[in-house]
Design a protein around this ligand. Sequence first.
Ligand code: RUQ
Ligand code: CUA
Length: 669
Amino acid sequence: MKSFRKILDTAFNSAALPPITAALILAIVFTALLAAGCGKKEGTTTLNMSEDAANKVYVAPGKYDEFYSFISGGFSGQLAVYGLPSGRLFRVIPVFSVDPEKGWGYTEETKPMLMTSHGFIPWDDSHHSELSMTDGVPDGRWIFLNGNNTPRLARIDLKTFRTAEILEIPNSAGNHSSPFITENSEYVVCGTRFSIPIKEPDVTIDSYREKFNGTISFVKIDPQSGNMNVDFQIMTPPFDYDLSHAGKGPSHDWFFFSCYNTEEAYTLLEVNASQKDKDFIMAVNWKKAEEYLKQGKATDKASDFYHNVYDEATHTAKSEVLKSVKMLDPKDCPGMIYYIPCPKSPHGADVDPSGEYIIGGGKLATVIPVFSFAKMLKAIENKEFDGDVAGIPVIKYETALHGEVQKPGLGPLHTEFDDKGFAYTSMFVSSEVVKWDIKKLEVVDRAPSFYSVGHIMIPGGDSKKPWGKYLVVMNKITKDRFLPTGPELTQSAQLYDISGEKMKLLLDFPTIGEPHYAQGIQADMLIKNSVKIFKLDENKHPYAIKSVNDARVERKGNEVHVYVGMVRSHFTPDNIEGVKVGDKVFFHVTNMEQDWDIPHGFAVKGNNTSEMLIMPGETQTITWEPQTATVYPFYCTDFCSALHQEMQGYIRVQPKDANVQIKFQTGSK
Ligand code: RUQ
Ligand code: CUA
């Protein structure tokens, strides 16, 4: 490891190197690091581990973890829920994905959640999660997740741990700088990674500089229901907007976005977007934007996009198609946006708990720049600008700078904070976490990560009040850390104890999908609100049954609607006849239980969707188009009682031209 760091130090200290050479060296050395197993030294782990570590992550059987953590699933499109400090996986929440384990995206009720202007899209790439906040502190109501590929924003309800809402983001591509939130959950932002042609769709790619634009969307959150709508968008120069964070305290009115590719390259970005010494942090005064919106400065931009909401009263999602958004152009809105130069291709744009310091994580930078919000305001007041980009003033680097952390390591990516005035920055290339003093800008500790850390997370670590006890490190490469599982190894995270002066590695744990960013919250805050059952009385699903006496089968043309009731351990009805090939069968299944943790499952032989998993008091529907005349079994898929294996039934399907009547029964009825 050391020797690689030396090579890199040399590479970066030779300031004479043109930027392209530095970028190339970086790439070459990184490749070498990978080839060398990321420079792992035997015994490094054991050095850090101790009995103490085992004790610290041990959660005795039957005991609860202290924190929930929500780790994004990257290209799995899901969000996974783990306990800390144990690292135990509790639940995988399907968000932008189908999930046959739960029937998500297969049942008629959940299919609309995955509708977009491009049709039904059962996949996305989810990088960042963000908890809702009150007074700058996670409040445990909702968690938001971004979808990169087909730009979407999701809200997950933390009472049910289910996706409650998905909003497509128009005029965007690669919704990456998302879903960061303001102190009182006024807005969640969505910044586009790819700039795209917005004014006219069909243009040549080489007209990028003239015809492409970025957008930043401000999605308003209803304080009661959590419902999301695109309040306004801001059209920006064609850069790549990477990450962001809202201000807090004194900087409450502002949002900070990192951007790379200020070179405005549209090909071979690896080289062409690494030319400049500095890119930008974009500071947006969203209060000003709101004023301009009120003054009617926005134009209506026609845009088709989907808004999907899951209603827990009907247990059903509905889609609506929206047609237009309000677009603000910075040219008409002086004082709304400023650029601050930031070395070099920044990823993280992180605001410390006091709201005074803004930290840029320049992937290719050799320092960590720390900006001062107060100085930024002064610089704006005194018009200390270095020209402008498309009318947006560029603040002079030094005038907004609090200072730089020197020689922090290589490839600073992302910074989180503890409750004692320290910042922690992940270093992708040198594969470590660096702890530093925010005021003094001095590195006080460093700990290796295994390997190539991306984001890090301290529960509450991007809020006003971090719980500065644990640090989760999310790695890009696991190499030799786990049992081999073929060409692809498990993804993983690591847990560090940060309660003392030195960071201590406690645990490696595997994760679902590729973990990018995560959030953590004290478990007590969620436990008390967790829903145990849905009240059957309050079930407003149009095909729900409240009593087994209402269980029935009805034919409507070639549709057969089966109203099924489930109670341990039988279906009502469990014998059904009178269905024909060519029919479309709708199983509307109500779980009539009113006990916690008693879902029932439902599956029928040969059905080419998935099972359903129905929570107590809930109704779900699956469709089935039988192809062959015979008798088909169906059964409960979730072990619900000693007689779960008896929870089964038959449905008879006859030839297309058979002259049959619907018949159904349970027992001798
Ligand atoms: S990112 S290191 Cu797309 Cu925030 Cu993953
Ligand atoms: Cu119901 Cu198993």
